[in-house]
Design a protein around this ligand. Sequence first.
Ligand code: GLA
Ligand code: GLA
Length: 679
Amino acid sequence: MTAASRGAQTRWPADGLAYGGDYNPEQWPREVWDEDVRLMRVAGVNLVTLGVFAWGTVEVADDVRDWSWLDDAIELLHAHGIAVDLATPTAAPPSWLLAAHPDIAPVLVDGYREPAGGRNAWCPESSVYRRYALRHVDALARRYGDHPAVRLWHVGNELGGGNARCYCDGSAAGFRRWLRDRHGSLDAVNAAWGTAQWGHRYGTWDEIMPPRGRHGAPNPGLFLDYERYSSDALLAHYLAEKEVLERHSSAPVTTNLMVGAGAQVVDYASWAPHTAVVSNDHYTLVGDLPAGDREHDLAFAADRMRGMSPGRPWLLMESSTGGPSWQRRNRAKDPGEIVRHSLGHVARGSDGAMFFQWRASRAGAEQFHSAMLPHSGTRSRVWQEVVELGGHLRSLAEVAGTVVEPARAAMVVDDPAGWALQHGLMPHRELSYGRELRAWHRALWDRQVVCDVVPPGVPLDGYDLVVVPTLLVVDDDAAARLASVPARGGTLLVTYLSGVCDDDGQVRTGGFPGAFADVLGAWSDELYPLQAGQVVRLDDGGEATEWTERVHLDGAEAVVRYSSSSLAGGPAVTRREIGDGAAWYVSAALGADGVGRVVDRLVADTGVPRVLDAAPGLEAVRRRGDDRSYLFLLNHTGDEQKVAAAGHDLLTGAEVGPLTTVPAGGVRVLREPRRPASD
Ligand code: GLA
Ligand code: GLA
């Protein structure tokens, strides 16, 4: 897609790639602002997110607004050519509002109301909160809706971060309304949840309560529906604000998601279509993780963003230049990581790199959070790298509007399936959805295979390989679409527990893994979760931990068999050939080596392309426009890497190839020699 065709969908909020971050001038004396905009120019900042937490500093008392500082800030930025991503400040209601209406705050699972304060301490069903929030959003949109500096609207902040679930009586009422919509009748609810169990049959709607309390054994159907309802209740609030903004402004509307690996606080795949620019906040994992884990996690999140914004660029809305401050030990970034991590997002489809925040705060809860302009000022290494990154993003301006070369591998990920896996009386309560997802994605990433991470139910026609890890809950339609992949010559790989439950969370009977047993040509009659530290050996030299099953073949062949435990001799990994396609079942948690062996075979069999042949830790992704392609090479290892690639390095201006050296920790972005737009 060209910049022009992208423009037809949504006018991009910045010229070229977006660069900047949250800007909170209200925390600083006016004279500091002049230095801010001067330094923003030095760094190449072209977009800032303004006013995210500026409700109480504008609406200083009930319906009394002091716009003066915000007027001033917008004009100052505009005068310096910096575009504004203007936030509705509804994440943090003003103190006067919370004091007058403390029942805006959510009720926690154990029935206590959250004390007012902090952020996102509001219940999406609170009509008082909604009324005040929309009144202020309306005033904001009327005032700035057609200001030329305002190129994007940013609704609230990380909706669900802190208020993903509320268990108040208002939410109970909202839940009952939602259930009527979803199920139609009380009989249908009773049937869907199987309320005959423990005699929990509901005779009237009012008997249905949120899953309060910490006893850990709510009805799984009730639990899952409450999770879904909670996501929808927050989405309804987002949509209400969006509707007000669109009444007064033609600027596109987004909200910053928190997409990573595993089950997220809300069902982001259902949110993304409601944003004009899908945007994400991503902070690299911390701790002493094996080399590449932080970067792989970043790549996973970016691939998931792409799966939510097919065919169009997305935006990294927040990241950090160093340690955040919400973790136990906040790791600084090593030299080169600000650039490499930011360009890692750009490589995988973000048309920009944004940060929390522009200038490090002196006061307030986030006073020790890293920033583009640190406490130590412009003599810091971070600032030097921030300026360097700005230069790189300018050099990469021509990449804006191109898209990642369509992936031929996909991984199916679903937040509700993840919620279901990690709650209640499960066969194994310590399984981690995120860990299982990462294992398979990591193996592809290590082999330079680009993989879209997509929600279930999307068209899968373009994919030669579809990987479905531990998708516990899946509806019949999505299951049928997945099961049809091999018939058209594709390869489907399903791992344990997938398809075991239907959309209501009820177990599919007749053999595991329920929805997929037929297409796999293999089924299990019994699940064998393993104890902590327990290992079951496999006949390919590998090991299973955490999970095994007693599998029977019914058309498939065994690729790997169990060789110890009571399962010895039985299939662990199976493959069924279906015409030109194949269906694989992985009944055990294999560990990195075992997953790697399966992925090697999948890559060989399916022909999904490796962007190039390099060592693990050398990340390679191609973005394409109508007549150009760009090869991003990111070296996450501590050793220089040489790869077969050629072109014009946009970061250095050098012509390189046929072998290109990527320094340890370094990045190359090559405009490749011209060739046809598609193979
Ligand atoms: C107890 C209860 C049963 C059942 C089992 C499950 O024995 O009495 O109702 O919940 O636990 O192990
Ligand atoms: C989130 C929030 C920001 C800030 C950062 C800190 O992403 O959206 O306001 O608190 O975390 O890492």
